[in-house]
Write a protein that binds this ligand. Structure first.
Ligand code: ATP
Ligand code: MG
Length: 382
């Protein structure tokens, strides 16, 4: 509905006669139009979700901000188009609309005693070893950063840390004193914050520790490390269901778990045990999805060929079993292994054909995390 008034002009050609309309648009009209636009995942309108800010009206020019639930939102373009379409349809087709997309990452955390500045803590787990947790965790953390989020990566694999090699970091973290206590500062690489036991030991040195020592190291990485403010802290977990997982369940308020598996039956069987463990922990942690790694092999010289070396369907099978999402399928590609080995994970290389796959997986992870946070916030409100 358009109000006619003498302040602003819209020129419309009608039968070659130029008629000048005087239009005044009100904020109320814009809000009414935007309240018909749904956030596709959260299934509520943008006004109810408080996602619209700073509406400005200058003549025929309308501008406002849309606050997304994550900068990695895969539906950014759709939301922007839906807003424009609703305003053009319900207010006036002559309006020029500028939309700024910003993100206010959702968090469902209530407790702020541990890691108070961290909005979401995501643990990357598997049952079986060697399925690609560290590769996924590193590329996921970097992809989320590239999409605009502030990210940390905690290498929780105390016995077999991979982060030093995957990021080419072999230096001890800096320390600072807070209230007479030594606090570690994460090492920064490629825009993300990193912490690993591997920064403190020689590369050839083995960590031969009993469970309590390992748990105490993990506690230090959480309680005595200055992670600051982060949208996502990704935890690269060791394989299996051991001490580190139990410590994690007790001391770290993990927001969600991402399960990595290969498609083959033996990995799937172990992955099911890994996922089931999180149901047994005192604070049940939601499984936000499954990443299937090594889904097929594509040789560099035959980019259109797919060899199903480890079979197929395993990731989807687990996702169906736990009523969660398959977040993506990542092929076995030599350059992914090479990138990890030389401290430059694949997602940092614009030429790497796997980059877009990792970006897609990161968008799915962020989207599912936001959906879980929104539903947790709703149930807290109730
Ligand atoms: N998609 C992939 N393409 C090529 N190589 C891969 C891929 N994913 C993982 N790899 C390689 O497979 C090996 C195992 O991967 P990774 O270390 O990430 O597994 P993990 O599950 O973390 O192992 P662990 O259980 O020992 O911690 C590494 O050499 C890694 O570079
Ligand atoms: Mg690993």
């Amino acid at each position: 509905m358009v109000l006619l008034c003498p302040f602003f002009t819209a020129k419309i050609k009608l039968n070659c006669i130029r008629i000048v309309y005087f239009i005044m648009i009100t904020e109320k009209q814009i809000i009414a139009a935007l309240s018909t636009v749904q956030e596709p995942d959260l299934k509520k309108d943008l006004i109810t979700l408080n996602m619209i800010e700073e509406i400005k009206i200058e003549g025929l020019h309308i501008s406002f901000k849309v606050l997304l639930t994550t900068p990695a939102c895969p539906l950014k373009e759709k939301i922007e188009l839906d807003c424009k379409e609703a305003i053009h349809r319900l207010v006036s087709p002559d309006l020029v609309i500028s939309i700024e997309m910003e993100a206010r990452v959702l968090s469902a955390r209530l407790d702020k005693l541990v890691l108070p500045g961290v909005k979401n803590i995501i643990a990357v787990i598997s049952g079986k070893g060697g399925v690609g947790k560290s590769t996924m965790a590193a590329n996921l953390a970097l992809a989320l950063h590239q999409l605009g989020a502030s990210v940390g990566l905690l290498d929780a694999d105390i016995y077999g840390p991979s982060v030093p090699l995957m990021f080419g970091v072999h230096e001890a973290p800096d320390m600072k004193q807070v209230d007479g206590k030594n606090i570690m500062l994460p090492v920064e690489r490629h825009g993300i914050k990193l912490m690993s036991i591997g920064f403190m030991i020689r590369p050839e040195q083995a960590v031969v520790w009993r469970g309590p020592m390992v748990s105490s190291a993990l506690r230090q990485f959480v309680n005595e490390t200055d992670w600051g403010n982060l949208d996502y802290l990704i935890m690269d977990m060791p394989p299996g269901t051991g001490d580190i997982h139990l410590t994690m369940g007790q001391i770290i308020p993990v927001s969600g778990v991402v399960l990595v598996t290969t498609p083959q039956d033996v990995a799937v069987a172990d992955a099911i045990k890994g996922a089931a463990m999180f149901d047994l922990l005192p604070n049940r942690i939601p499984l936000i999805g499954v990443i299937e790694n090594m889904s097929w092999f594509t040789p560099a010289e035959l980019p259109n060929h797919k060899y199903l070396i480890f079979g197929e369907g395993g990731g989807q099978k687990i996702a169906d079993m736990f009523k969660t999402k398959l977040l993506g399928k990542v092929p076995l590609v030599a350059s992914v292994r090479e990138g990890g080995d030389k401290g430059m994970p694949a997602v940092l290389d614009d030429e790497n054909p796997s980059k877009s796959i990792f970006i897609g997986v990161a968008q799915q992870v962020a989207q599912q995390m936001a959906i879980h946070s929104a539903s947790a916030q709703n149930s807290q409100a109730i």
